[in-house]
Structure formats: C-alpha cells, structure tokens
Design a protein around this ligand. Sequence first.
Ligand code: PLP
Length: 496
Amino acid sequence: MDAEQLREQAHIMVDFIADYYKTIETFPVLSQVQPGYLGKLLPDSAPTYPESLQHVLNDVQEKILPGVTHWQSPNYFAYFPANSSIAGFLGEMLSAALNIVGFSWITSPAATELETIVLDWLAKALLLPHHFFSTGQGGGVIQGTASEAVLVVLLAARDKILRTVGRSALPKLVTYGSDQTHSSLQKACQIGGLDPELCRLLKTDSSTNFALSPDVLSEAISNDIANGLIPFFLCANVGTTSSTAVDPLPALAKVTRTNNIWFHVDAAYAGSACICPEYRHFIDGVEEADSFNMNAHKWFLTNFDCSLLWVKERSALIQSLSTNPEFLKNKASEGNMVIDYKDWQIPLGRRFRCVFQTFPLDINRYTCLSLKLWMVLRLYGLEGLQTHIKNHIAMAAYFEELVVQDTRFKVVAPRTFSLVCFRLLPPPNSEDNGNKLNHDLLDLVNSTGSVFITHTALSGEYVLRFVVGAPLTEVRHVKAAWQILQEKATALLESL
Ligand code: PLP
C-alpha cells in the first residue's frame, strides 16, 4: 500500500461520506428500486484495467445509493436500529488499517487483551455477576451476530450434556424458547444437528405481555422428561424482536436450575438499555444465567458487526470449539497463559472489533475516535451512551402518546424500551379484521420514501412497529413520521 496514495484517496472518501451524512434526509429511507435494477446498470464483466476512484464514486452516487435502504437516516424506524457513530466509524477505519486476524493471542496480543478488558468493563457497567468476568470462570467475547452467539452456546450446552448422557442421546435433546424467541434459535438447532421438532417454541399471549410463563416451561419440561426426552437448553428473552417482551428471568432460572438446563439470555436489542440504572432491573436474574448476549451493533453506537457474549464457564465453550493443529501451536497458547478467542467462536479468523467508543458526548455531535467498541466507550463514556438510550426511549414514549391521543389507533403491546407496537382499527362492521388495513397502511407510508417502519404479527394480528433508535433522529422526525401515518390513515379510511 502506498501511504501517500492512501492519504489522498481516503480524504476523497471521507469527503464523500461526510456529504452522504449531510444529505441523508434527501434519499428515500426505504430504497424504491425494483429487484434486478443493478444488473441493468452495471457491465457484465469486471474491468480489465484500473479505474479512478472518482469514477467509482460517481457510480456509487448514481447507481448504488438509489439501491440503499438508509439505516442511518433519522427517518428510519424499522426493525431494530443498527447504530453508526463517529467513534464506531473511526474505530472501523483503524481496524481496517491494522487489518489483523486475531485468532490466537500471538497473532495480535493487543486485540485479544483489549477485547478481554473492554468486555470486563461492560460486564461491570451492566452489573453482571463475577463469573462472567475474565477473572472468574467465564468471560466475554465478541461474536459477529446474536445468531452466532446463540449457536456457540447451544453447541457448548449440547456437548456438555452429551458428555454426561452419551453422544447417542443427541436425538433426545430438547431446546426451549417462546414463540417470540428470535428465529436464530431454530437455526442454531438445525446447525447443531438437533431434532427441529424438539425445538419447543412455547406459546405466549397478551395475558403475559408475550413473555414466557415459567409454569408453561415447567409443564413442557415435565412432559418431555415423562416421554424419555432430555431437556438441555433454554433461550430466554429480554426484549423480543416483535414487541420487546421481557421474560421473567428469576422464575425461569429456578426451572432451569431444577432441571439442569443451560440458561441463555438473549438481550440482543434491549441489553444496551440495561447500562442505565433505571432499566437494569430488566436483566435481574442474569446472575443465574449460563450465558448472556447483547448486540453493541444495534443500539450502542457501535457500527455493525459487534455482538457481545458472556459465558459463565469458558471451559464449556472451549471444549466444544477448540482445535489445536500443529501450524497454530505457539509458546503462549501451549503455556495456557493467554486467551485464544478462536476457541470461543465458529471461524478461525477474527477482526479487531473491539475498537469502541466512550467519551462524554454532546449527543447530537458524535465527534469521537478509536478501535470500535473501545473507541465508542472512550469517546462517549457510559454517561453519553446512557443519554443516547434515554433520548430514544423518551421519543418513543412521545410517539406512543401521539398514538394514544388518536382514537382511530390502538397501542397493542406495552412499550418497554423504544419500540411502539400499534395498529389502525378497522371501521365498525368492516369485514377486514384490520390485517389488510394495516398492511395497506404500511405500504402507503413506506412508499412515500419519507419514513420506513416495519410490521410483525402478535396473536394473529398484523401490527405496525415503530422503533426509535437511529442516532440522528430528533423529535421533529418522530412528529413528521406520525403526521404521515395520520394522513395516510385518513386517506385509506376514506377510500373504504
Ligand atoms: N435476538 C433478537 C431479540 C433480535 O431482535 C435479533 C435481531 O434483530 C437477533 C437475535 C438476531 O440478531 P443478529 O442479526 O445479530 O443475528
């Protein structure tokens, strides 16, 4: 790499990116292109000769950006957020610059040790129990995604129980979650060679605000044991994808303890909120968990990807995932002096993701530096991150209030964090139960390109989801989004 060429071209790229952020509100939030659009715009083979960066950037502007759905737009209220920030961005830049592949300590001591330190910092900020710290029997590790996190702990739990009951018992192993648990649990079971029929997604409903009932879990476990099966894993939720339901961790923990079941807590989205003292109680009971996961890349100002996993017993993960080929042997690893994170994850190679942000920030001016997560923590500081979360929750509460004031709409699940689940009520005597109406409303709203929201199903009802979580969102964006929803609802109702 020519350093001067890098300096020159990186300046051009940074200008391009800064201009993108400056003008982000001018793009339709949800890309309005049709499938296959790009094939019509690009040549059908790679260029033979090098082209200029400016030429490529012109194509990005004209051909790529129209096909981008703008997750960083302040008018993005869909799915869950994927926060970008200056600290996260600069961390990514530094990570790309160093471009290390830190699978063993020796391949980059700083990457390994920084990861351990930062995960301990965060364990402290979340008031996690001592066994999740590197100084206890467990520790934290950065995975790519929550899906990888649940997969690796499921494999550890599977192998742990099979060491006791024998490998031939694999077809008898039963996994539990609720019907609100993210589909990554089912995928983990598929990859883990478990019987998909024995991945029990236990029913929830509005009577428990879509949280898993410990009685329902207990009963399912008793039935399975009576049928000669072996319960071994529960994935509990703090902040489900559909409605941010929170399962009762302490009561579920009792059931898992009695039945010797691995207890995993998936707080992929809501875990970030638990660094705020007023929201920490949502993970009460985590002391009993075998593993705990949150995605820093969702709501923690850390650019994708960065999913944080803590385990109570690191030896369980390592027993499942370690390999020790000759070509990786080295003195530090052989001497058991260091962590080799290759043994805590699926791939061998891994990025230097830990660069993260902590500095006391003015929440509207994300000016910060460093390796992603570390950079985020240093440049924003825990206080800055708490402000970020609280702002979003306050804006969601404001949106909820707007919905409540319009009697044509109904809030359909309690708002716990920054997600509001709501729907437009069908007119009296309508043949539609409201599902088509809300589906049409969503299409109308998103086709404006001014706002992007998504939907889910709760108890068979088509429900709209409005999540405040983009770092650039301000109250005026929430107001504008609500105005569009109201206007489109009026037009739709008048057209019936
Ligand atoms: N768990 C929950 C509660 C989620 O909401 C999601 C995604 O939104 C996931 C797991 C999967 O996350 P990932 O994309 O990091 O695998």
